[in-house]
Write a protein that binds this ligand. Structure first.
Ligand code: 0GY
Length: 298
């Protein structure tokens, strides 16, 4: 059997191999609730339909980072470069010995037995990705079929979309009666005012629909001004303070598709106390909320 080889995109930025030790000491039980594994591609080939080819970033590196930064657990989110083949993510969950949960990408014709196998490995949600540079979004009926499939397992839905697409997706999103977690605060344009109409629509979603949660993640992705990401603070702080019981935080390691710079993951952890400014907010963001959503049976 020949092994397929993959070459990462020529402009791919590789994760920082030596992140600093954060000054902020994470509370005991803290969860990195948004991170990925890529491959290794020799063992877990990337999907033919992928829109980018990353570097390898396997589970061992992820667990090393977890321990270095001081997290206790991970939530591994299926990345689009692996399509709906969740093998690398499931392998990471199984190897974590209960210290990782997963969010999968599935197709509507998946069998109940496959779903149960994923649940047993630690999957607790599915991700619907609407970012066109990453995937070709499907019609609503496709996602409704997935919702029907996952209902018996009590999984939640993670949605990833660009701020400019929220109005168009509004009716579908608000028709969902599962918990719905929005990635990266719906990707606001942080050069717009925090109290402007674009972020206002996202805040309205959170205010009017208590089943919606938000990841207050990715300052490195949203920032226009760059490190230390001052321009993202007002957005992430507002969401963390107004919805303290419905926010999650994660590193987004290994930081797919960044073009301007690769963040120092230690400095990303130091961003947390700028948006969750009290011990109580930090505890909810990093420990209580992710454990409630992902380890509720424990
Ligand atoms: C993220 C962001 C991105 C990529 C993916 O699954 C993915 O490929 O989510 C991105 O390129 O913005 O959350 O990891």
């Amino acid at each position: 059997m020949t092994t397929q080889t993959f070459t990462m995109d020529p402009d791919w930025l590789v994760f920082d191999p030596h992140p600093s030790t954060p000054e902020f000491v994470l509370p005991f039980g803290a969860v990195d609730a948004h991170c990925h594994v890529f491959g290794p591609s020799e063992q877990f080939p990337f999907a033919p339909e992928r829109k980018y080819t990353p570097c390898d970033a396997g589970k061992e590196k992820l667990f090393e980072l977890r321990d270095h930064l001081g997290f206790t657990k991970n939530v591994v989110v299926q990345a689009t470069c692996h399509g709906s083949d969740n093998a690398a993510m499931l392998d990471a969950l199984r190897a974590s010995r209960g210290r990782a949960r997963g969010v999968a990408t599935i197709e509507p014709d998946i069998s109940d037995a496959e779903l149960q196998e994923m649940h047993d490995a630690g999957v607790r949600g599915v991700r619907f990705n609407y970012v066109k540079r990453l995937v070709d979004p499907e019609p609503d009926a496709y996602y409704h079929r997935i919702i029907d499939k996952i209902a018996p397992l009590d999984w939640h839905v993670v949605v990833y979309f660009e701020a400019s697409d929220l109005a168009q997706r509004w009716d579908f999103f608000t028709s969902l009666n599962t918990t719905v977690v929005v990635d990266h605060m719906g990707r606001p344009d942080v050069s717009q005012p925090v109290n402007g109409p674009e972020f206002g629509l996202f805040l309205r979603l959170m205010r009017e629909h208590e089943n919606f949660w938000s990841k207050v993640t990715c300052p490195e992705r949203l920032s226009v001004t760059g490190p230390p990401y001052d321009d993202v603070v007002p957005f992430a702080r507002l969401v963390t303070e107004e919805f303290p019981d419905r926010v999650l935080w994660g590193t987004d390691w290994p930081h797919p598709n960044l073009k301007s710079h690769m963040p120092d993951d230690g400095k990303l952890v130091d961003f947390i106390p700028r948006i969750a400014t009290t011990n109580d907010l930090q505890q909810r963001l990093l420990v209580t909320n992710p454990n409630r959503l992902y380890w509720k049976e424990n």
